[in-house]
Design a protein around this ligand. Structure first.
Ligand code: FAD
Length: 477
């Protein structure tokens, strides 16, 4: 727990006036990607203080600059906030919505209500770390850990440094597991004598309207804490078979908890404790939660990881500026069925199966030789689980540009991966032009059926081009 030094305190006289008119000074819970009540340490601490609690979400459109939330995330956020507000109302509380600079809005609430303390869950995106510093200048900020298995930065090597490579990181993190027992949801949150003003969620325009492209997302997802719990319950039954099924996009073998975890609707400790005794290959699943922690450790060390090659040598690679091909990839029109199925699943539901994310990302970077940052941007805008750390770490891993990454010269063959992971059913679902093809032909149609594009580039040709670009980069270095 860190305490910020409060600055610009109201005079003792002002303070007395506020507190006398409203009883005990309330405390603020500042919410970001921690939109839950159970195992939410900021709510737990505020409830325990006995003071009235004011839960606040501030929509700060400028805080993250080019990492302003993408369209799919905004859709999710709307529903998650609505769900949290409904849950808070059951406890006699409510969610206050404000738009503007976080520290200014929280300072205004302080002025209006006499609140002096802010409880928050600590975040590690560079812009949130800056915002925490700004808030700590105007209020007494208490940051709590709880969105990761272990506080990022706290898992260190023998010499006290942070890990750069996943495997030793996971080994060290595992030694500290299991995580804490999840905190109970507060039974009651004391309301302040006067609620500060709140925006109306509908006025924030987080939902798409013209056109409304979110139909597929509505079908697939239930944002909010109850939706997260439901997904977890459904997954507990499957957790022991995770290893066998997680790479098969035609079946639902993974948890689909990623957007819920990203928005903090469920804590990783809760997920861990729910599945840890499932037996079978559940350990592989826990290792994926470990990747999530690892990604935060990376952005803590390299705040610009989302936009900068970790291996400088890659600054010299000649990426192609191929707008039409980038568009074909984005729309699922490359002529590679597994890639197109994935990109269409993403467009429709805001999510893509991990195995297919790897294939589609590799295809962009190596087959099309397009800068991984173009892919990172597209995922940022279209994924409901778009997460600065996880997205950047995975893109740099695939591209070979990261601190802990696959080698660039290992080029994935989508046409081999597709039958290997039994993707026929998945392709049929997302690329209906191919649905009449046999299980054998669907991965690599001999002739493109009507309405489906020819391959944008042949595999052998693409591979040779990528290897040549890599060799030229090496020569330049
Ligand atoms: P499960 O297999 O059930 O795993 C459980 C949880 O572990 C996930 O919900 C997620 O929180 C975490 N996890 C699993 N795999 C990874 C991983 N490789 N890296 C980090 N955390 C992981 N994941 C995101 O949450 N946000 C992103 O923006 C994101 N971008 C990606 C970009 C690329 C190019 C690739 C290849 C992967 C990306 N991933 C991202 C990781 C992974 O694809 C998703 O976390 C996973 O598909 C989510 O599905 P699930 O919840 O069913 O996962």
């Amino acid at each position: 727990v860190s305490r910020g030094v409060p600055a610009q305190l109201p005079s003792a006289q002002q303070e007395r006036a506020i507190v006398t008119s409203s009883g005990t000074a309330p405390t603020i819970v500042w919410l970001r990607r921690d939109l839950r009540l159970a195992d939410q340490p900021a709510f737990a601490a505020a409830a325990e203080s006995g003071a009235p609690v004011i839960p606040v979400y501030v929509l700060d459109d400028d805080v993250a600059k080019k990492y302003a939330m993408g369209g799919a995330s905004r859709w999710w956020l709307h529903h998650s906030l609505a769900s949290l507000d409904a849950d808070l109302r059951k406890l006699g509380s409510r969610l206050i919505l404000r738009r503007g600079k976080v520290h200014e809005e929280l300072a205004k609430i302080r002025r209006d209500t006499g609140a002096r303390t802010v409880h928050a869950v600590r975040h590690y995106e560079p812009w949130w770390r800056n915002a925490e510093k700004a808030v700590a200048k105007v209020l007494s900020l208490e940051c709590h850990d709880g969105n990761y298995l272990a506080p990022p930065g706290s898992v260190t090597t023998g010499s006290g440094g942070m890990y750069k490579i996943y495997t030793p990181f996971w080994r060290a993190l595992s030694e500290r597991m299991p995580p804490h027992d999840p905190l109970a949801k507060p039974h009651k949150l004391e309301a302040p004598a006067h609620w500060p003003a709140s925006d109306d969620l509908a006025d924030w325009d987080l939902l798409p309207s013209k056109p409304d492209w979110a139909g597929g997302m509505r079908e697939e997802w239930t944002p909010g804490e109850a939706g997260a719990r439901k997904r977890l319950r459904a997954f507990v039954e499957k957790a022991r078979k995770y290893e066998e099924s997680r790479n098969l996009p035609s079946i639902e073998g993974t948890s689909r908890l990623s957007p819920h975890l990203h928005f903090g609707e469920i804590s990783p400790a809760t997920v861990w404790h729910a599945v840890a005794d499932a037996g079978g290959s559940v350990r592989t699943f826990l290792g994926e939660l470990g990747w999530r922690d690892y990604a935060q450790n990376v952005i803590l060390q390299y705040p610009e990881y989302g936009s900068r090659n970790a291996r400088d040598a890659f600054d010299a690679i000649k990426w192609r500026h191929a707008t039409t091909e980038l568009k074909a990839w984005q729309r699922g029109q490359t002529g590679y069925p597994i890639v197109d199925a994935g990109m269409r699943e993403l467009w429709h539901t805001g999510w893509m199966h991990n195995r297919v994310r790897m294939i589609a990302a590799s295809f962009l970077v190596k087959h099309l030789l397009i800068d991984w940052r173009e892919g990172e941007r597209w995922f940022w805008d279209t994924l409901v689980d778009a997460d600065y750390g996880s997205n950047a770490v995975n893109w740099q891993w695939i591209a070979g540009t990261g601190i802990d990454s696959n080698m660039f010269v290992r080029i994935m063959a989508p046409l081999t991966q597709s039958p290997k992971f039994d993707a026929a059913g998945y392709i049929r679902q997302w690329v209906p032009e191919l649905k009449h093809l046999s299980d054998e032909d669907i991965h690599d149609p001999k002739r493109a059926p009507k309405g489906y594009p020819e391959k944008i580039i042949g595999h052998a040709e693409a591979r040779a081009r990528a290897l040549a670009a890599h060799a030229a980069m090496k020569e330049e270095a």
